[in-house]
Design a protein around this ligand. Structure first.
Ligand code: HMG
Ligand code: MG
Length: 310
């Protein structure tokens, strides 16, 4: 066991990738039992110490909708002074007020490409949800915050099946026009394959959404997340969402499993000589520690391989 892959760069790929770590939010929002606030804070501190420059910390959503993150008010102040970006999810102005009151500097709204998921996740139609986000984005920008716009169900939907690419482009453009700095394309249920990713990115180019504003967010249900990420990198995407240890899912999309594991991503990027700033050994140790807190092993292949004891 070497601990690091051999580095063989591919000149067609970007030199550097920013990993947007979503484990504490996308991962822990799906846990059956609530993780103690102090453990969440320690998890985030360890992720930051492992070199992750962006760690999505929590969500200011309705506590009844996502009870796992109902401690956002207690958690966020514990992170004060950490030298990393700490975005939080806010669905509406109530969420933004809560985030601003605690000094959040980055927020994310989260739209859906499909009507079924907009209803299940936000209790709104797609357009009603966009109308809910507009004042959030405007006020957040006025307050000097960075704003990310997530788009879920970009590649398939558990109720509606295939999602037409044009539908995804329309909502992505609406979020871009609203003023979101960054747009994260979500494969919420992990059904995408590389050609599909390439198709969507090409259509977004054609619609005038620059690749520099895009991030990709793959769940790994069918084991495609890493191949899909490579397709996105080939297209010029340089921001990739991932979750330490492969934690995750979505409480309002039952077929969703964990996100692309950050360790699996870092193994590939290290092998390609792509800079991330992440220390793979420290990150793996963090996921092993978190798996102990949760009482089950990490699903990440890289975590398992690197922590395997003879
Ligand atoms: P609603 O029931 O329609 O809410 O839920 P409402 O606007 O009618 O308000 C009802 C009550 O909730 C009011 O209280 C509000 O004040 C309160 P009352 O006046 O009745 O006492 N309320 C709030 N309280 C605290 N914080 C708030 C808040 N908002 C309203 N922010 C709502 C609409 C959007 C609130 C709800 O649907 C919700 O919270 N949804 C969040 C669902 C969620 O977090 N899902 C997971 C994240 S998305 C995801 O995981 C996908 C992603 O990873 C990408 C991918 O993989 O695709 C991002
Ligand atoms: Mg997600």
């Amino acid at each position: 066991m070497t601990g690091l892959p051999m580095t063989v760069p591919d000149p067609a790929l970007p030199a550097r990738v920013r990993i947007h770590e979503v484990g504490p939010r996308d991962g822990l929002q799906n846990e059956k039992t609530a993780v103690p606030t102090a453990v969440k804070a320690e998890f985030i501190r360890r992720l930051a110490a492992a070199g992750l420059s962006t760690v999505e910390a929590t969500s200011f959503v309705h506590p009844k909708w996502v009870p796992q993150l109902a401690d956002a008010e207690e958690l966020f102040p514990l992170l004060h002074g950490l030298p990393v970006r700490l975005p939080v999810l806010v669905p509406n102005e109530r969420g933004l007020d809560r985030a601003l009151a605690l000094g959040a500097r980055e927020v994310a709204v989260f739209a859906s490409a499909t009507e079924s998921f907009a209803r299940a996740n936000l209790n709104r139609t797609v357009d009603e949800a966009l109308a809910m986000f507009e004042p959030v984005v405007i006020r957040a920008i006025e307050a000097g915050l960075k704003v990310r716009g997530y788009l879920s169900m970009c590649f398939g939907d558990p109720w509606e099946g295939a999602v037409p690419v044009g539908q995804v482009v329309r909502v992505t453009k609406a979020l871009a026009d609203m003023g979101c700095d960054e747009l994260s394309l979500g494969d919420t249920i992990g059904v995408a394959t590389p050609g599909h990713v390439q198709r969507l990115l090409t259509e977004l180019d054609g619609a005038g959404v620059p690749v520099s504003r895009l991030a990709v967010h793959f769940h790994d249900t069918y084991g495609q997340a890493l191949s899909n990420t490579l397709a996105a990198l080939r297209h010029g995407v340089t921001t990739v969402d991932a979750s330490a240890g492969g934690l995750g899912g979505c409480p309002y999309a039952k077929s969703a499993t964990g996100n692309l594991a950050t360790e699996d991503l870092v193994w590939m990027l290290d092998g390609l000589g792509i800079e991330t700033g992440v220390d793979l050994a420290a990150l793996t140790a963090t996921s092993v520690w978190m798996a102990e807190q949760l009482g089950r092993p990490s699903p990440s292949r890289t975590v398992r391989a690197l922590s395997h004891k003879e």
